[in-house]
Design a protein around this ligand. Sequence first.
Ligand SMILES: [Zn+2]
Length: 600
Amino acid sequence: MTATTYSEVWDLDVFFKGGSDSPELQEHLIQTEDLIQNFEAKVNNWTPINSLEDANYLQELLADLEVAAKKLFQAGAFVGCLLAQNTEDKKAYSLDAKITSLGAGFQTALGSLDNLFTSIDDVVWQQLVTAEPLKELAFVLTESREKAKEKLSKEEEALISALEVDGYHSWGQLYDLIVSKIKVSFNENGEEKQLSVGQASNKFSSSDRDVRSAVFKNWEKAWGEQKDFLAKTLNHLSGFRLNVYKKRGWEDVLKEALSINRMEKETLETMWAVISENKQKLVQYLERKAKLLGLEKMSWFDLDAPYGNTESKVSYQEGAEFIEQNFALFGEKMAAFTKNAFEEQWIEAEDRTGKAPGGFCTGLPESKQSRIFMTYSGTPSNVSTLAHELGHAFHSFAMRDVPFLNCNYAMNVAETASTFAEMIVADAAVKNAKDEEEKLVLLDDKIQRTVALLMNIHARFLFETRFYEERKLGTVSVEKLNELMLEAQKEAYCGALEEYHPLFWASKLHFFITGVPFYNFPYTFGYLFSLGIYAKALEEGKGYEEKYMALLRDTASMTVENLAEKHLQVDLTQKDFWEKAVHICLDDIDEFLELTNDKY
Ligand SMILES: [Zn+2]
């Protein structure tokens, strides 16, 4: 298709020459610090006069904010790339610390600004944000103001933030510390090994059931040994959170999480209702998979077991061209954008030592470019990751001219473009599979993800909401935690499993994250939301691209209900949209069931 061979190493010099030794970067950081200090001073010098004339000063402030924020993010993204490409880059670590402290100062100034918003009365505020030039930012500015209003006084909130360091976030850190000490014993070729939690959990995707079941036994044992400490940690962390909510007068434990994700509770309830109504097909898949694995019933530790084995390898160049070709079937802009990203070396994919694990996409807003980081070793899942990260980069590309304040999208829509891009490539891979066995491996991989998002995450959601209600009444014992988890898992998996994982409340990091509350449903929302858009794209064909990009541009400046209403003409509080999205997942299962009908 193309004569160029793509580089597997990214170009960072185009931003700042010389990596962590760059004099240009030093200069940039000095400028950033000045800009932040000036912004902070301007915020502190402002006393709103509570009239339309406030618009002038506010507009000036917001212009300064935009410039400072872009500078800060530009530096942060660049240094993030340096750290990822070489984990031994000591100078990059100190640059990173510098940027973190600049960011903290900036956050404080932003908090003060939000507080000043509350001193403007409702009528004046409405007039301010519905007129030019602030009209475009009406949603985010009003959102900041509302959030500030719903909190306690500035002094009380400052006290809470100070107490959080030792009384809240520290519990999350204690969890990490306990987990880092846990060893799961595992017998490999007659030798008794002590695996870290991460190493042990990788064994759950082994194709050998004896391995999976042996690891699981020791896994439960290892977590069980720490259960008292972990239950105490979870009880205090949630107790702190509930006390703060109570002081602020927040009744519903989901209030904060829903507001972060800019969504209504009704939407969430409708989504789960539709998922629950459609679980029977997922149960059929689990039953079939059990038969294919020669089992009576699946257990918790069988859920990641692969179907069959294929050793197919795809070179980077082949993977890149496959992605380009299939993006082109969807739209010209996405294809051209992708080609450009490969040609201009936006991607670091080389398989070499010294790189950080994992993958990410980061935006450099001053340059209107992104950089993608991953390690490409030629597996089919590497191709998906590459497509996924390109989807993120395309999201930023679609938003490149949107004001910075309107670019801060929430977690539930953050994965819209990435999932979309991944779906295009995953579907093409299934279609182009060289034989039936390969097709089944790819389908099974897709379905496993569906099971994780519609069943596993559902169990987490059921457990966590019930646990918080229980916690309001007092400390929750280990026995009760196990009971709540077991009940949630049985319900979420419709009783389709033989053996469950009652200590999942201990082994799942997400319940202990203090930065984001209820780190579960946004995953499922994002997946189905993206699939719903994908369904629409399939219906409308190539012409859909412009509409898709218009939707992406609006992802951070309205509620998800308004976003869906405006761009998809659907009501997220009603079932139709969710049903369509779930059916895309169920179609994969139908195909899987048909192809495996005679295989057991
Ligand atoms: Zn992602």
